[in-house]
Each structure stands twice: as C-alpha cells, then as structure tokens.
Write a protein that binds this ligand. Sequence first.
Ligand SMILES: O=C(O)C(=O)C[C@H](CCCc1ccccc1)C(=O)O
Ligand SMILES: [Zn+2]
Length: 339
Amino acid sequence: MSTSRNEPDQCNLRKYDFPLDDIPRLNCMDPQVDELIKSKKPVVLTGSNLVGAASKWDLDYLEKNMGNGDFTIFVSKGNQFKFFDEKKLAEIDSVSGAHTKNRPQKEYIRPAKSCPIKIQDFAKRVREWKDGDERLYLQQALSSTSGAGVVQDFIRFRWDWVTAKQKLHNWGKLTYNLLLVGLEGNVTPCHYDEQENLFAQIHGHKRCILFPPEQFGCLYPHPVWHPHDRQSQVDLDNPDYDRFPKMRDLHGVQAVVGPGDVLYIPIYWWHHIESVKPEKYTVSLNFWYKAGPVGQVEYPIKGYQKVAIMRNVEKMLAEAMQDPEEVGALLRTMVQGRF
Ligand SMILES: O=C(O)C(=O)C[C@H](CCCc1ccccc1)C(=O)O
Ligand SMILES: [Zn+2]
C-alpha cells in the first residue's frame, strides 16, 4: 500500500519464485548496526545524514553543478545493465596463443554499450525519455574535477561518521564513490563486488535483492576470465531452471531504499538492484572500500572465503592451461566420480 509520502507501492514490486526476507532497517545510532556490519550482514541505516549535503542532487542541480566534462553513461535496448569488463576481453585476446587462433573468436554480446556524454545532454535525454526508448544509466566515479558545486557538497558529507565505520570494521581504503543516475525500471543484474559497500540513496527509490556468498552454487557466476566476471549467469527476472536448477534453492533478503537511506552491502554478497516507481529517475552514490587485512583464519572457513579460494583456483588453472576452454574439462575430470 502506498503511503501519502512519495513511497513505492510495495504491491507493484515484481514477484519472485524464491523467498525474500526483509533486510533490517535500523537507526544508524543503534548498537545492533555495528554487530550486523561486524558479522558481514546487510542492514539499512537511517538517519546517518552521510550524504545529506547531496539531498538536493536532482537532475536540475546536477546539470548546473557537474561542470562540462564528459561523463560515462551506459545505453541499453532492454532494461538490464550487466557490467561488461572490457579489460578482461583484452586479456583473453592477449593470452590466446597459436592453439586458440584456429577457434573462431567468441563474440561477446555487450548488453549495454558505454559512451561519453555531457551532463546537460544526459539530463535532456532523461527528461525526454519515454517507455520504449533505449535506456540510459550514468555511472561515473566522483573526483575533484566533478564540478565545483558537487565537490563542495562532497566535502560536507559525514566523513567523520563513515571514516569511524571504516576504522571500526577494519576496512581497507575508500577506492571510489560511484555516482549512479538511472531511469525507473533500470536493472543492475545480480553480481557481487570484492569490496565493502555503503550504498547511499539520494533521489528516488531502489529495490535491492541480496543473497549471501554461500549461495554461489545457486547463482552460477561466469568464469573469472569472462568479461562478465562476478556477474551471475542467471536472469532472476526470467529464470531458466533447466540450465540453472539450483536457482530453486535461492533464498534472498530485500530492501527498498529511499532518499537518506544507506544500505550496507557486505563484500562478496550478491545484489540485484532495480530503480522503482514513483520517481522517473534515481540518484545513488556508493562508497566502495577495499577489503580489510585477512585476520586469523577461523575454521570452518566462511562462504566468502570459499568464493575467494574458487576464484584463485580458476585463475591459476586458466593461467596454467593458457586456454580457458580447457579449464572446465580439466575440473570435470578432476571431480566427477571422484569427490
Ligand atoms: O554499488 C554497487 O555495488 C552496485 O551494484 C550499484 C548498481 C550499479 C553498479 C554498476 C557496476 C557494477 C559492477 C561493477 C562496476 C559498476 C546500481 O545501483 O544499479
Ligand atoms: Zn555492485
């Protein structure tokens, strides 16, 4: 039911076959918050005012205060913006020796293509956008050249609060803040990142569905050498249970975040993010922190540590075999009928 305030109508959110529990929503001063972050569990923090200085970052303000540099936007014919790492493609081309020359170069479909744009053009295209047009998603790291007004606001974020969190939980350094401006209906499909993430929602609402690293087996990620490394092969919005039978065992958690909310997305947790009604576009800013130092390893090892181990095995085998196509065959030979 939609309340009088500008809130999403929980009833018109997409329904899924798998169960979804609610991510706790706690005031940032609640001591349970640090318990949850310490145990790498997601939580929505309210009242932090972390990006209060950005509460005025709507399209008009961004248009006037982001300078005239080029911004990276992604354009997609559909509603999915599945991250495609061009650097991985370059690596595959560089590593492929004579033995792979005779194989037709596997063509990769890029679900969304990236192109540079001025913020003014982007804002115009968002205002004029209507259903059926190709979709846009601005995804740009903020820096000191991001426009005077925005930089002034950036300085006034609650750095004291967020730096205290970083230190308390032994996170590594802040790598960057990604500014995200997307259209209602845009979906960032299920993937995980190798960084801790304080995801601040500024304008509009986003529905975030998360799964713990332990559900790696149900989400069938692409191989680490693939440009879609860290992205799930499954489409939650169009499940293929024949190819991916273990999707039936999915059990996620979810939250709809609105302006002022900060969602803690723990490192290695899967997340699928959709910009939802009633607003036409959404503005978010994430705070990505490198993982902290690996402390004393405790046994049994945790789900996220198993993911790190599996990644290393895939990297080592791809390096040893020099031909990614042979890694699967070798792994099947190694485990089938034996373990
Ligand atoms: O903050 C996060 O981690 C998100 O996934 C937010 C997500 C956009 C992320 C785009 C992206 C995904 C992978 C690599 C580089 C960029 C959204 O809000 O749509
Ligand atoms: Zn992410």
